[in-house]
Design a protein around this ligand. Structure first.
Ligand code: SF4
Length: 487
């Protein structure tokens, strides 16, 4: 039996489909962020049901018992139900559950809910396999639509469900691809029936449309650090090199690479550190004291939580600030919002930030576009603070520049200029590894879970962890700058 998701898996890679059916145990462990994405999708699906309220639910008692849903769905239709959630159909060895099936004055219409903000080619194929099973089960489907998030929606009071979602008919596109579906089903069934794993080399398809969860298996022969890690080299070029048998840096002709990529390769081959003292000196000398080392953390959710926020908007909830005086004295300040759905953190955040940042001295961030973007969002939200926020924006400088421009590059940076690589390369005694939270994605998901009440652990301890993590980001900046000064 093929499901909708195994059908989509087969479209991406037949080897992936085979391994999923025969060697499930070889699947990579799911990253923790995946659960957060999955929860988000489930919440969006439930909310979308309110577009068509008072329906009946054909969900099975367990996802291993999808047949139950097929029987329930047929029963509901026979009994004259006109709104069915998780309506499930089976035809030609394919079983597919649809989020919402509705009968109106025109006839039956299908709605598949996605937590993304647009319709992709994959969603068209997803809808096509759905259409195929429904129509061949005897339902005269008049339309099929993807229901996705409208990212222009701004929350104002209770969630306005029709405004939050965009309903986009994909009927014509589905009819275009429909003739290809039966052949694909046959081909995928043949793949599953094979005795041997299909031969398929790695390629761009391993990451598109999804990150394949058998990469741990298929990418075993790729060294931890290879041509696939060359910074800003296009995927096409990487796979061209790979297909020509080039995998390691010492097999590479560096002439076609740009100067930064050449530095990365030479640095690795010769284990050499590149330092452009003139540019570093100019950068350091141009900084004005006191230096405010600043870092923001943001949260995001598909369904906006606070008024005057949009789906997936990144909302500030925390910052850390190390203030460095010319005589070397360093003080620390920080802000971490209350994690409550009825307390929008942004105004408190910005008023404390204005107070903590003073009015003169450079505000040093790592990746200026991020902090500047969030500060501009805050001006739009609170024009009353625009003078003070613009003052902070005018003082922003980017500590990432010396590393992005490769003024300072060591082999340990592995082609990256992210602080997570730069810090261990420059200040090996300082590390994120001993922290409970090691990267921004976890901080963001954790805080969002605390706000919506999904967080299961000890809130007090987790708040400490969040503070420690963000503090490390700006302390790392102090130490990195110290290193640049020494150079
Ligand atoms: S890692 Fe790539 S080649 Fe291997 S199964 Fe996945 S998509 Fe196919």
């Amino acid at each position: 039996m093929l499901s909708k998701s195994t059908f989509i898996r087969g479209l991406q890679c037949e080897k992936s489909l085979y391994l999923y059916k025969h060697n499930y145990d070889l699947k990579d462990e799911a990253p923790p962020q995946l659960q957060a994405i999955f929860n988000q999708g489930t919440n969006v699906g439930i909310l979308a049901q309110y577009l068509f309220p008072n329906g009946v639910d054909a969900s099975p008692s367990s996802y291993l018992k999808m047949q139950e849903s097929v029987f329930k769905t047929l029963e509901f239709i026979k009994n004259g139900e006109e709104i069915i959630y998780e309506a499930t159909f089976q035809f030609n060895g394919v079983i597919a559950a649809l989020d919402i099936l509705v009968k109106d004055s025109i006839g039956w219409k299908a709605y598949e809910v996605k937590s993304s903000t647009s319709v992709s080619e994959t969603y068209i194929m997803d809808a096509a396999i759905q259409y195929y099973t429904i129509v061949n089960s005897g339902i005269d489907l008049k339309d099929i639509s993807i229901v996705h998030i409208n990212n222009q929606y701004v929350k104002d009071g209770d969630i306005d469900i029709p405004e939050l979602f965009t309903v986009e008919s994909v009927y014509d596109k589905v009819l275009e691809v429909l003739p290809s579906i039966p052949n694909k089903i046959t081909s995928f069934k043949n793949v599953i029936a094979q005795k041997e794993v299909p031969v398929k080399d790695i390629g761009a398809h391993c990451n598109s449309p999804y990150n394949c969860d058998f990469k741990g298996q298929c990418w075993k022969h790729i060294p931890d650090y290879s041509i696939f890690n060359i910074s800003r080299l296009s995927t096409d070029k990487k796979f061209k090199l790979y297909q020509n048998g080039v995998l390691n840096f010492d097999e590479l002709d560096i002439a076609p690479l740009n100067s930064n990529q050449q530095i990365q390769v030479i640095s690795e081959l010769e284990q050499k550190t590149f330092i452009d003292k003139t540019n570093i000196q100019n950068f350091v000398n141009n900084l004005e004291y006191p230096i405010y080392h600043l870092d923001f953390e943001t949260m995001t959710s598909a369904i906006p939580i606070y008024d005057r926020s949009r789906p997936y908007q990144q909302l500030v909830f925390q910052y850390s600030l190390h203030i460095e005086k010319e005589d070397g004295e360093v003080n620390h300040k920080e802000y971490l919002a209350e994690a409550k759905p009825n307390i929008d953190p942004r105004e408190d955040f910005v008023t404390q930030l204005i107070q903590d940042c003073g009015t003169f001295g450079d505000v040093l961030v790592y990746n200026i576009g991020f902090e500047r973007g969030k500060l501009n969002d805050l001006i739009g939200l609170y024009p009353v603070y625009s003078v003070e926020i613009n003052n902070i924006i005018s003082r922003l400088k980017d500590l990432m520049i010396p590393f992005q421009k490769k003024w300072y590059y060591t082999p340990e940076m592995k082609g990256s200029y992210s602080v997570k690589y730069v810090l261990p390369a420059l200040v090996p005694e300082l590390s994120y590894q001993n922290l409970e939270i090691k990267e921004g994605g976890t901080a963001s998901n954790t805080f969002t879970q605390m706000v919506i009440g999904d967080f299961k652990g000890d809130v007090k301890i987790m708040r400490e962890n969040l503070l420690e993590y963000c503090k490390m980001d700006t302390f790392a900046m102090v130490k990195i700058l110290e290193k640049l000064r020494q150079v």
